[in-house]
Design a protein around this ligand. Structure first.
Ligand code: IVH
Length: 680
C-alpha cells in the first residue's frame, strides 16, 4: 500500500518536473515564457516542497539542482541606449548643503523646502539594466563602462526577483529597468566559495560562465530607476517606484520621500543604526530629486546627475600597525606616501595598505613607522589612516623624513605655489616632466589604456608594468606597434590571449575626441574638462593646432575651464616629448570629431550672450538651454553676436556696445518665447 502511494507521488512529481522543464526551455532557450512568473515560481516551490517531504524524490532536472540554462562562453557587448551613470558622493552635512545649494542656484530658487527627495538605500551590489518590450524581458546588460555593457541576459534570467513578464497597468511599450543584483548576507555565509564579500560573490556569479557555479548563488534583485523608455507616463520617482512594484519588481522597503537636509540626516542616522539588522549590504542612501521635470532641467555633469547624490555611511574602522612608509609616484608626478600595515580585516576585506595622502598630512598627524593607528575603509575609497595612538608609540620612534628627491628618477621635487589660494601645495611633486621618470611614465601608460580612456581590455595595470619591464612599451604609441611574437612567448600568454589583445587594441583605435584628450593625461584635464574642450574645439585638428599656433584663446570662453587648466594645457604643448607622442598617436588612431548635439535645433546658427540677473532660471541653465537647441554662447559683444539677452540690472556698457553694433537686444521672456517655453 505504502509502495503504491509512493509510486503515485513519484508520478506526480515527475509530471511537475516535465512541465518545469518545458517552462525552462521556452524561457531560457527561446526567450519566450509560456507562463506568468507566479505560475513558474509556484510550480518550482511545489517541487521543492515535495522533495523535502519525500527524500526519495530526486531528478536531475529538479530546480534544487538546476538553474536551467547554459550561458555562452563570451558575453556579447551591447551599447546602453541611455548610459548608466554613476553618482557623486556626500559624506557629511556640508556636502549635502553644497549639493542642495548647487541645485537651488541652477534652478534659481531660493527656498529649499520646494525640493523633495526620494531617499533610497544604496545597495552595495552590481547594477544591471533590463530591457522590456511590451512587458516582456528581452535583454539584460551589465553596467560595463557605463556606455557599453555585457549581455548577461541568461544569467539575469535565473534571478527569480526579475519578472520575465511585467504585470499590472501602464506598462510602457519599451523600458530599461535598472536596479541592483546582490546576495543576502545570510546566503553569503552559506557559500563555500571564497569571495571577500557579498558584492564580489554577486559580481562573480553574474559573470559566471559555468552555470554549475552560478546556480549555487541565490541572487536577488531590487529595482530603482530606468534608462531608455518609450511611452512612460510618470512624473516623479516615487510614483515610478510604486509602478515598479505593480509591475512585479521588488523595491526597497526603506525608500522614503523627504524634504529638507535635517530630515535627510535624521533618516540617514536611523538607517545607519538599523544597518546591521538588514540582510544585505547598504553603503549609504541615494537622494534623488523626486520631480522628473526638475531632474530634466538639472541634467548631468560629466558622469553623474546634478539631481542625485549618494550619502555614504561612515566607514568601517580597524586598528593596525605601520610596518613601513613607501612613496608612490603618480601620473602627474605627485609623491604619495603609503603606509604598509599589518594586514587587518576591515568589513570583510583584508587591508594591508593605507594612503597617507601627502607630505603635509604626515606632518600634521605626525605619522611614523611603527605607530599603532586607526585605519578607515569607506566603500571603494582607498583605506586611510585616521589617527595615531600616541600612548602606544615607542620611545625609539623617529619622525618620518619625507624624501626631497623623486624615489623613481632622482629628480628634485617641489611643492607648487597656488596663486589662487596663495598657499603652497600639500603635495610634493617630481619635477621631471613626463616620460623620463619611470614611475610617471608607467602611470601615464596605465591611464592611457584605462577604462575611462582608451579602455583596452586585456591590458590591465599589471600587464602594463610587465610590458614596461620587458621594454615592450615606453610611450602610448608603442601600444599600437607591439611585438606580438615576443608577447606570445611570455609566460601566461598564448595564441588566444595574444589574438584577443590584438583585437581589443585594434577595436579601440577609433576614439572620440573627448576620450582622446582625456587619455593623453594633461594635468587638471579630467573627463569633464576633456568633454568641454572637445565640445568647443570640435575637431582633432583644432586640438592639435592649439600647440602649433600657440593660441589658446578659444579655450578662454569655456565655462568651467579656468587659468589653472589653460596653463596646464599650455605647458603640455610646450613639452617636445608630448608633441612627439601626439604626432605618433595621430598616425595610429582615428579620432572622431565631436558630434554636434542637435545641429538642427530651433536656435541653429544663432549666437547669444546674457547680461544681468535672470528670473526663475540660472545663467548655467539658460546657457545649457541655448546649447541644447543648437545655439552658441559667446562671451563678448562683437559683430558675431546675434542676440543680447538682458535680465535685471544688465551691464550698461555691454548694452550700449550692442546697440552701437545694431545687435538685437531681447528680454528673458522674448528669449523663452523663441524656445516656446512659457514660464519657469
Ligand atoms: S540611481 C543616475 N539608486 O549606485 C542614477 N543607484 O554610484 C544612478 N545604487 O551604479 C543610479 N542603489 O549600482 C541608484 N537606489 C539606488 C541605488 C543605486 C544602489 C548603485 C548603482 C549605481 C551606483 C552609483
Amino acid at each position: 500500500m505504502i509502495k503504491k502511494n509512493n509510486l503515485k507521488i513519484k508520478e506526480d512529481y515527475l509530471k511537475k518536473i516535465q512541465i518545469y522543464k518545458k517552462y525552462n526551455e521556452a524561457y531560457f532557450n527561446k526567450s519566450n515564457p509560456l507562463v506568468d512568473d507566479n505560475v513558474y515560481d509556484n510550480l518550482k516551490n511545489e517541487i521543492l516542497i515535495l522533495e523535502k517531504k519525500y527524500p526519495f524524490l530526486k531528478d536531475k532536472e529538479s530546480p534544487s539542482l538546476n538553474v536551467g540554462f547554459k550561458p555562452s562562453k563570451n558575453f556579447k557587448k551591447v551599447k546602453h541606449k541611455v548610459p548608466m551613470l554613476s553618482l557623486n558622493n556626500a559624506f557629511n552635512r556640508e556636502d549635502l548643503v553644497n549639493f542642495e545649494k548647487k541645485i537651488l542656484n541652477f534652478l534659481n530658487l531660493e527656498r529649499s523646502d520646494l525640493l523633495e527627495y526620494s531617499a533610497e538605500p544604496k545597495i552595495d551590489g552590481i547594477s544591471a539594466s533590463l530591457f522590456y518590450k511590451k512587458g516582456n524581458f528581452i535583454q539584460g546588460l551589465s553596467r560595463g563602462d557605463g556606455v557599453e555593457g555585457e549581455d548577461i541576459t541568461e544569467n539575469l534570467s535565473t534571478i527569480t526577483d526579475i519578472p520575465k513578464i511585467l504585470k499590472g497597468k501602464n506598462i510602457p511599450e519599451e523600458i530599461d529597468i535598472r536596479g541592483e543584483v546582490f546576495i543576502q548576507n545570510t546566503d553569503f555565509k552559506k557559500l563555500n566559495e571564497k569571495f571577500a564579500n557579498p558584492r564580489n560573490a554577486a559580481s562573480g556569479s553574474l559573470r559566471q560562465k559555468d552555470p554549475e557555479k552560478t546556480k549555487k548563488i541565490p541572487l536577488k534583485f531590487i529595482a530603482y530607476t530606468f534608462g531608455f523608455s518609450k511611452n512612460l507616463n510618470i512624473s516623479n520617482q516615487f510614483q515610478f517606484l510604486k509602478m515598479l512594484k505593480n509591475w512585479g519588481f521588488k523595491v526597497n522597503n526603506y525608500n522614503r520621500l523627504i524634504k529638507g537636509i535635517d530630515n535627510l540626516i535624521k533618516n540617514h542616522s536611523a538607517l545607519e543604526a538599523k544597518r546591521k539588522e538588514i540582510d544585505f549590504d547598504i553603503d549609504g542612501i541615494v537622494y534623488k530629486i523626486n520631480d522628473f521635470s526638475v531632474q530634466r532641467r538639472l541634467g548631468f555633469v560629466a558622469n553623474a546627475p546634478r539631481w542625485a547624490i549618494a550619502h555614504k555611511f561612515s566607514a568601517n574602522k580597524s586598528i593596525s600597525e605601520i610596518i613601513n612608509i613607501e612613496i608612490q609616484v603618480g601620473r602627474t608626478g605627485a609623491l604619495t606616501p603609503v603606509a604598509k600595515i599589518k594586514p587587518v580585516n576591515i568589513g570583510g576585506v583584508l587591508v594591508s595598505n593605507a594612503t597617507l595622502h601627502n607630505e603635509d598630512e604626515i606632518k600634521r598627524k605626525d605619522i611614523r613607522i611603527g605607530d599603532v593607528v586607526i585605519i578607515e575603509r569607506a566603500g571603494d575609497v582607498i583605506p586611510h589612516v585616521i589617527s595615531v595612538d600616541l600612548k602606544k608609540r615607542k620611545k625609539s620612534s623617529k619622525k618620518f623624513d619625507f624624501p626631497k628627491n623623486c624615489p623613481s628618477c632622482g629628480s628634485s621635487t617641489i611643492k607648487e605655489f597656488n596663486k589662487i589660494t596663495k598657499k603652497f601645495d600639500a603635495v610634493r611633486r617630481c619635477t621631471n616632466d613626463g616620460y623620463d621618470c619611470e614611475k610617471i611614465a608607467i602611470e601615464k601608460l596605465k591611464h592611457f589604456v584605462s577604462k575611462e580612456a582608451l579602455n583596452i581590455e586585456g591590458l590591465g595595470k599589471k600587464i602594463v608594468e610587465n610590458f614596461w619591464n620587458l621594454k615592450l612599451i615606453r610611450y602610448p604609441q608603442d601600444i599600437f606597434n607591439l611585438d606580438f611574437d615576443k608577447i606570445k612567448n611570455i609566460e601566461g600568454w598564448g595564441k588566444l590571449s595574444v589574438a584577443n589583445l590584438k583585437f581589443s587594441i585594434e577595436e579601440k583605435k577609433n576614439i572620440s575626441l573627448s576620450k582622446f584628450i582625456y587619455s593623453i593625461g594633461i594635468r587638471h584635464i579630467g573627463q569633464e574638462n576633456a568633454k568641454l574642450i572637445s565640445k568647443t574645439l570640435k575637431t582633432s585638428q583644432n586640438f592639435f593646432n592649439l600647440g602649433k599656433n600657440n593660441n589658446f584663446d578659444e579655450l578662454l570662453n569655456i565655462d568651467g575651464i579656468g587659468d589653472t587648466q589653460i596653463n596646464s594645457i599650455k605647458e603640455f604643448f610646450l613639452n617636445k616629448k608630448n608633441l612627439l607622442v601626439l604626432e605618433k598617436l595621430k598616425e595610429n588612431l582615428s579620432i572622431q570629431n565631436e558630434k554636434e548635439n542637435s545641429k538642427n535645433g530651433i536656435l541653429k546658427e544663432k549666437t547669444f550672450m546674457f547680461t544681468g540677473k535672470l528670473e526663475g532660471i540660472s545663467r548655467a541653465e539658460a546657457k545649457s538651454l541655448v546649447e541644447k537647441n543648437s545655439g552658441k554662447i559667446i562671451s563678448n559683444v562683437s559683430q558675431k553676436l546675434d542676440f543680447l539677452i538682458i535680465g535685471e540690472k544688465p551691464t550698461v556698457k555691454k548694452v550700449n556696445h550692442a546697440k552701437n553694433l545694431r545687435i538685437k537686444i531681447i528680454s528673458q521672456s522674448e528669449f523663452l518665447k523663441m524656445l516656446d517655453i512659457k514660464d519657469f
